[in-house]
Design a protein around this ligand. Sequence first.
Ligand code: PEP
Ligand code: MG
Length: 920
Amino acid sequence: MTKKYIYSYKNGDGKNKQLLGGKGANLCEMTQIGLNVPPGFVITSEACLSYLGDPQKNLQDGLMDDVKQHIQAVEKDSAKGFGDPNNPLLVSVRSGAAMSMPGMMDTILNLGLNTQTLNGLIQQTGDERFSYDSYRRFIQLFGKVALEIADEHFDKQFEAVKQRVGAKSDVDLTADNLKEISELFLQVVKDQTGLPFPQDVYEQLEISIKAVFNSWGGKRAVDYRREFNITKDMANGTAVNVVAMVFGNMGNDCATGVGFSRDPGTGENKMYGDYLVNAQGEDVVAGIRTPKAVQEMGQEMPEMYKQLVELRNKLEAHYHEVQDYEYTIEKGVLYCLQTRNGKMNAAAMVRTSVEMVNEEMISKEQALLRLDPELLEQLLHPRLPPNIKAVPLAQGLSASPGAASGKCVFDADRAEMLGRAGEKVILVREETKPEDIHGFFASQGILTSRGGKTSHAAVVARGMGKACVAGAEGITVDTKARQAVIGEQVLHEGDVITIDGSTGNVYVGELPTIKPEFSDELKTLLSWADQIAQLKVMANADTPTAAQQAVEYGAMGIGLCRTERMFNDVDRLPLVVDMILAATQETRQAVLDKLLPIQRNDFKALFKTLSPRPVTVRLLDPPLHEFLPTEMELTEELESLRQLRGTVKGVGNFLSSIRLSQTNSNELPAPFDEMGEEMLNDVIAKKELMLRKVRELYEVNPMLGHRGVRLGITYPEIYAMQIRAILEATAECVKEGIDVQPEIMIPQVTIAQELKRVKESVDSIQKEIESSQGIKLTFKFGTMIEVVRACMRAAPLAEVAEFFSFGTNDLTQASFSFSREDAENKFLPLYNESGILQDNPFEVLDVKGVGQLMSMTVEWGRKTRAGMKIGICGEQGGHPASIRFCHHIDLDYVSCSAPRVPIARLAAAQAKLLEDKYSL
Ligand code: PEP
Ligand code: MG
């Protein structure tokens, strides 16, 4: 055997977790820094792979000889003999891979017991009960793990004895009872395997090593690795630790416990953990007895407590990380059996990061790198308490995080009405559309039965920081009947539900939630992130409320204000509809003149909120038909309206429906029916006009049709109104001494000429305002890069545009030729599950395809315009791995929804700190 397959804890490389596993490496490291670890050695993961690769399933030649030599060293250190009938050494055989996989692989304790060593143990300890207890545990564990005998065969015998002697719990069993059980267990082994229980301790050891190796390929472990995406380069094979047993159950000067070096729930720097006097480790884990809080040890075993505090301090000082450790006290001697980095919740991670920097235990850079940015999501939304007992009624996709409760409502108007009346509501729809926006504002959360994580509902909810569960397919929404059906259950309007947008679960009734916390520690940590990061983090926000939240979360500006969201607000939508229905340019202009002051106020409010940070306003993007009802809706509506005509009752119904929707018009002028008939005819005429317009606007593929800048070219007066509103708002701010940095951004640009045309309009409006108001306006003009041709024509576009912003929602759609909604609803899940595509490219930037287009665009754009400002405002701009790529290709900023701003700030700092290690 030329390769070294076994390392003593005294000389194994504590940094080499791939080879020695996390547990083995840490045991080596702890031994070498002088902590009291029981003597032992580790068989490498390479030995495991070599064994698993052998068709005969033999251990390597010479491996067991090497094991013997290492056992001899352990015998020397422990002053006991393996298989020695008078003074037996017992060992544990434990699995341990590079990545922690709790409970997924096997462990055997008390190995080395046989009929002879058992007597030695009795003599050694003077405790017959303890010895038989250890023996029966060993036979069962060995039988189960190494000989594959089902637990039930042992449990049956165990329970039979317990019942016969009337023992309520295991501790009531006497030494004699346990002796009898041991003998019954030996018989179980013989019956089940046809062979006696192995008496040779080295045979026991060899069988156990093989069993632990085999458990790496067991179903549990394989499923776990798949579930948690543990790849071979993260962990390949398990190491095996063979360690001298120490006993926490040999009397009242013995104990066993588990601890965290800081409180994993809050991060507080204090002793934390549980222990049990006179017990074995598994008793703590199995919950057979209720453990005591570690603080009690201060009174009960003061000397031991002092040593434990020392151990914990040494562990932290060495690892520079919060530790999760296990220990045993055997006859007044403290042994550390295991340590690993502690897993904590987000609040505790943030607090310990900041406090460990203040204690000079770690650097700011280390503090920033120890947190997974996604973890911060926990802190920014109300959430359900962990381990919630309630059973979900349905499940959908976790589309926008946070938990929310409220009464079910099935259309946006009702949501608004009830919301205004102070009710908490959840908007439940099959899917949502832009015209539902007022319902979003009024709701606590949104639930849809169709659509993916980038559906309209998901994107808008995320933008607003509201909880959303999308695509809950088990729910059938019946808007007309104002109800939803889930199997047998029917939810009516007004029934209270809770949705958890972090898990996708939907519950009946109101569940308690935990409030979000943006603590001082988080603020400190993120301020360090900002000092280090190169990328700026902007927010996608369209309303002063969202903008305010973005500022609170530390956004350095608004990278995308979608003006169509402003158009959809209730007081503007009728005007927008009139604008679309206008038959002539004059009538359209008249409506635009009414919209102008509204938009100007919108922009001014945003500029003020963000001052002195930049605000990028994107001119109108979606196709106009999105502001109108669908053809089917209109046809149905017209049909029922026409039926009302000509009868007094029908007109009466019509009028009362108006009265319902117009809350202030309780009194209608007389003569009632004539007047009503006239109004009804007007409404019908308008709906007919609308229907004609909807048909006229029909497009085969609206996403590739008359939208974005194409609208601005064909209806220049619409863009002119928006440009004027932006520049007049700027002028007002300048006059009021408010420092503003507006940016005008054009969507869907494909051809440089398109951009030039809009720029001409901008120039002339700018001149006019400057001369009429006698001021100088400073702003930037730029374009979104959302179509492939725009990437290819980056150089000429950069002659006109002062900045680029990658709209990677559309650019991904265009590059893949996948429509986002169809892909997510139809084939993307299969693509992801079967590994054709690793990620959903609408969530995680496709760096290999879309990323390459971006990289070229950056290069060509900056060749024309040196140092050109370039950012990203698609959904992927808030995703950590995508942010690393954006840093790598030297973007200036990322822009994402407000609640993702803190995540992006941390990710931007990490991108900078990890740039040297970046690879595609
Ligand atoms: C984009 O396409 O990435 C973008 C931000 O625009 P929208 O999502 O509004 O189409
Ligand atoms: Mg777009």
